[in-house]
Design a protein around this ligand. Structure first.
Ligand SMILES: [Zn+2]
Length: 273
């Protein structure tokens, strides 16, 4: 599933190719999707991201916003010169200079069109109570995390990945962040000190920004807007590295399940307190 760095990569690349361009046609191929009518002839005014969701605001008197959440297997592909139709394409937006395809084998990606601009966007994010969700690249402060987490008794990794609290962090980056911060994934949030939250804040900011520069992490099917693999997989220290040495202490990375998700950690660097 694309996480924040992958969706941010798409967002930045979309800005390069569709900003200020006019939609020539919007073709829904998968009947499970219903949005997309009446968008022809409108210009793309802005492209943004909230958590793992993309928003494209269109030129219209009242403001029309296309909201897209890629979920598990959705990807976007820009086709400038070639016009190849890939299997599992669910919708296509054509522009004068190329075409944007959404390819999604498992059909979980969601698409909607709002006529009220950006104001209702937060309510549409999955299970995100408005006003509570922290965006890691905007308002991610240790003090705020500590305040949100200290009355809860859940494993810190589950907290980091819970989209009701923090937008955009999934299994890969949660594992990497906790390793960089020397925090055990099973550590209960109410027992984490402000100093540990400070380390988590620093690790989160640094890892997500580095992953964006690398255009995300390709350990399975992630590709960027132009069909290229990301590069952050070269810098992973624990994720998908069970049995291999921790780059910091050489102990063998371990793999265990935590709340149903595969979890990678170093038993020495990330010892429970
Ligand atoms: Zn280690």
């Amino acid at each position: 599933m694309p996480e924040l760095p992958e969706v941010e990569t798409l967002c930045r690349q979309l800005k390069q190719v569709i900003l200020d361009k006019e939609i020539r046609s919007f073709e829904i191929i998968d009947s499970k999707l219903t949005a997309g009518e009446g968008l022809e002839g409108r210009r793309v005014l802005s492209v943004g991201r909230q958590g793992k969701a993309l928003e494209m605001k269109l030129d219209d008197g009242d403001g029309i916003t296309i909201l897209l959440h890629l979920r598990l297997t959705g990807r976007l592909l820009w086709q400038g010169d070639n016009n190849f139709s890939f299997p599992h394409t669910r919708f296509t937006i054509s522009f004068p200079h190329g075409r944007l395809d959404c390819i999604d084998p498992r059909r979980f990606a969601t698409l909607s069109v709002q006529k009220t601009g950006f104001s209702d966007f937060d309510d549409r994010l999955e299970a995100c109570p408005t006003g509570m969700v922290v965006e890691p690249l905007k308002d991610f402060y240790a003090s705020r995390l500590w305040e949100m987490a200290r009355r809860r008794k859940i494993p810190v990794k589950s907290f980091l990945m819970d989209q009701r609290f923090i937008a955009g962090i999934g299994n890969i980056y949660a594992s990497e962040i906790l390793h960089e911060a020397f925090v055990n994934p099973w550590q209960k949030t109410d027992l984490l000190s402000p100093a540990k939250w400070q380390k988590i804040e620093e690790a989160t900011t640094s890892i997500l920004n580095r992953a964006i520069v690398c255009r995300g992490t390709t350990v399975s099917d992630w590709r960027d807007l132009f069909g290229r693999k990301g590069e952050y997989q070269r810098y992973l220290k624990v994720y998908a590295r069970q049995g291999r040495p921790c780059p910091r202490c050489q102990a063998a990375i371990q793999y265990m399940h935590l709340s149903g998700r595969g979890t990678y950690f170093c038993p020495t660097c990330q010892k429970a307190d």
